[in-house]
Design a protein around this ligand. Structure first.
Ligand code: GZL
Length: 333
């Protein structure tokens, strides 16, 4: 793919996109591209900026895909709407970028536009959440977390925690705050948690509702759970920001989070470590957002004519009140 620097055009595309324009019309693309250079132009369609995790994920790309590292990054924020991301991919095709990175907001609805990307001979790498497409040759590789395992790790932690408290056989009432419905992280965590709950007849999932990975929505949903149920033992929030919203709701209702109600979360962002040290959050199952270097490595291998693994999981751990203080200084997000 020809390396042409379109800095002015890229800037203009991003302004145009933010102003709500659609796909660039051929007449809008200057006939003569700007001077040649050898930067690898990467179009990156991000989900949005809904959570601390997402901000860290975006920063991982911005700090990796720099001119010093040989890249020109075109970043489009999908604002959590698939239609915005589809538009972004079509604009990247028009721009003739060298690679496309997609962090899909939900798993379905991608077959057509990814076929257009493939027809344009632009290699596409999926980051974070997965795409559910009939033909997996539409993407070169996927980098992300093992969401099912994350869900299972959460219940494994709960089993150990309750065992230590001598509550292993107690009837336990659980409420769950799901992320964006149809997003791989929501699908995987919901299924992983559900599978493990079937092994514990004394655990009862009394309520489950999506709060879209957003803190303010989680506060509202948790408030309604607290008004409906007076015997909640555990809240499972499918990301840290929803856990923070649930903690706000518990405190407003006079409940003691982390003690009266066990709070389980996912992502393990810095603020989650601070909440665990403060005693409000019991555990956060890590979902590593630092995909930038891994995706850059894939692109460099492709540039060298190499092959890459199709599915690439990032390393993940579980952090709780016992190791949060010791591990916080080592955290980079
Ligand atoms: C997980 C990612 C999820 C995070 C949320 O890989 O897709 O989206 O868990 C984020 O914080 O909003």
């Amino acid at each position: 793919m020809k390396r042409i620097c379109k800095v002015g055009l890229i800037f203009w595309l991003q302004i145009c996109f933010l102003a709500g324009c659609g796909v660039l019309k051929p007449t809008e693309i200057p006939a003569e591209p700007e001077a040649e250079n050898d930067l690898i132009v990467v179009g990156y369609a991000q989900v949005g900026s809904e959570s601390d995790w997402r901000l860290a994920n975006t920063e991982s790309f911005r700090s990796t895909f720099t001119e010093e590292n040989g890249f020109e990054l075109i970043f489009i924020d999908g604002q959590q709407k698939i239609e915005n991301q589809v538009k972004a991919l079509r604009n990247f095709i028009q721009l003739e970028v060298d690679y496309i990175v997609l962090a899909p907001v939900v798993e379905t609805g991608w077959d057509n536009v990814l076929s257009e990307v493939k027809a344009a001979n632009i290699p596409l790498i999926v980051s974070d959440r997965l795409v559910d497409v009939a033909d997996d040759s539409l993407y070169v590789a996927w980098v992300g977390g093992d969401f099912h395992k994350e869900g299972e790790n959460a219940i494994d932690w709960l089993n150990t925690y309750l065992e230590k408290q001598g509550r292993a056989d107690e009837e336990i009432n659980i409420v769950e705050l799901q992320g964006t419905l149809g997003a791989s992280a929501e699908i995987g965590r919901t299924q992983g948690i559900a599978r493990k709950l079937t092994e514990k007849p004394n655990y009862h999932l009394i309520a489950i509702e999506s709060a879209d990975f957003i803190q303010s929505k989680a506060r509202e949903v948790m408030s309604s759970f607290l008004q409906t149920y007076d015997d909640i033992d555990v809240v499972i929030a499918q990301n840290d920001n929803m856990a923070f919203g649930a903690i706000e709701a518990m405190k407003a209702a006079g409940k003691v989070p982390g003690k009266e109600i066990i709070v389980i979360s996912f992502d393990a962002v810095r603020a989650a470590f601070e909440a665990m040290i403060a005693g409000d959050l019991n555990v956060s199952v890590e979902c590593n957002p630092l995909h930038g270097p891994r995706v850059a490595e894939i692109i460099q291998k492709l540039e060298a004519g190499g092959t890459v693994e199709k599915i690439q999981y990032v390393p993940e751990e579980v952090f709780d009140q016992e190791n949060a203080a010791e591990r916080l200084p080592t955290r980079s997000y």
